[in-house]
Design a protein around this ligand. Structure first.
Ligand code: APR
Length: 309
């Protein structure tokens, strides 16, 4: 793939993303981390898998943004996890500053790059990157819905003993407890979930999806999910790099769609070489509309807190 991708943050999500991109034949990848040596070491390790895989791709790592020059897409995974004694607002402030700094530094080297934000809290961080970037709304977006929908699909597949390939699920809204797994606009074998699965089972699947991230954190004890998140990032990067026009749940800047204004929020979006090429509006049930509204209020609260920090 003849596109240059920079991944900022060489932690679990960033490094796994870089590895997946390398394995998928992206010819030029730059990995950045503030911690001296981390990005260099991981990039060199990935590069040395080239001869084994028969791939001549190039990946480099550094704390110096010069290696990111002329990137087509910048993926932001840098941030810190909440530590004992740290309030949510403290974390918000730290990650907000990190996202601002890395967005600015990346754009100095690649003014035309599209920005894909992954750092949590996702919707608020996408808003922050958009604000400091000075870019158009279609050029800055976030990854959440692809992951949340993949989790929903996994649980439906296990429950209904059906291939993941026969399930198409959609999780919209904010990336957190208020996310909205759609039941009328998600399908198993072409039939909507609400038609195919009984309510009690569906409620359990929805609940498990909403807690999908926490379930993994509870197992890992330190750190959070990174295999499915990195696969989700690469799916979005692929869509843009190949100008595929695939419709994926994407955290996008809304300007009235779904009745929501001036907020980053998870909605179906067509992705292509310009980033977000179209936001798709589904017919939602009254219940889904209400749930989306609640989710938007929750995201708005975080954005408000961020403004006052
Ligand atoms: N510039 C560059 N890198 C930074 C900066 C900065 N200013 N601040 C922190 N980092 C780096 C850290 O040094 C670390 O290597 O970001 C990396 C984050 O990695 P992890 O702690 O392993 O976190 P990870 O699991 O990769 O998650 C990253 O993605 O899914 C979200 O919630 C998750 O917000 C988190 C992000």
């Amino acid at each position: 793939m003849n596109k240059k991708i920079s991944v900022i943050g060489a932690g679990n999500v960033g490094a796994t993303t870089a590895q997946r991109l390398f394995d998928k034949n992206y010819s030029e990848i730059a990995l950045i981390d503030i911690a001296e040596g981390i990005a260099e070491g991981k990039a060199l390790d990935i590069l040395q898998s080239g001869p084994i895989l028969g791939l001549d791709n190039y990946i480099s790592g550094s704390s110096d943004y010069n290696i990111t020059k002329n990137s087509d897409i910048v993926v932001i995974t840098s941030g810190i996890a909440r530590k004992p004694g740290m309030s949510r607002d403290d974390l918000l402030k730290i990650n907000m500053n990190i996202v601002s700094e890395v967005t600015q530094k990346s754009l100095e080297k690649s003014p035309d790059a599209l920005i894909l934000v992954v750092t949590n809290p996702l919707d608020a961080m996408a808003m922050q990157a958009y604000k400091v970037s000075g870019k158009k709304p279609n050029e800055v977006f976030g990854m959440a819905g692809v992951l949340d929908s993949a989790r929903f699909t996994t649980f439906i597949s296990q429950s209904e003993n059906t291939s993941v390939n026969s399930i198409s699920s959609n999780v919209l809204g904010g990336h957190g407890d208020t996310m909205v797994p759609l039941l009328n606009n998600s399908y198993i074998g072409g039939k909507s979930l609400s038609e195919s699965i009984n309510k009690e089972t569906l409620d359990q699947l929805v609940e498990r999806t909403k807690n999908g991230g926490a379930e993994i954190v509870n197992y890992l004890k330190t750190g959070s999910a990174f295999y499915a998140p990195s696969a989700s990032i690469v799916k979005m990067v692929d869509a843009i790099s190949t100008n595929s026009k695939i419709i994926l749940p994407t955290t996008a800047y809304l300007q009235g769609e779904y009745g929501i204004k001036n907020l980053y929020f998870g909605v179906p979006a067509k992705l292509g070489s310009n980033g977000i090429e179209e936001i798709i509006e589904y017919d939602l049930s009254e219940y889904e509309r209400e749930e989306l509204k609640k989710s938007a209020e929750a995201v708005n609260e975080t954005v408000k807190v961020m403004k006052n920090l």
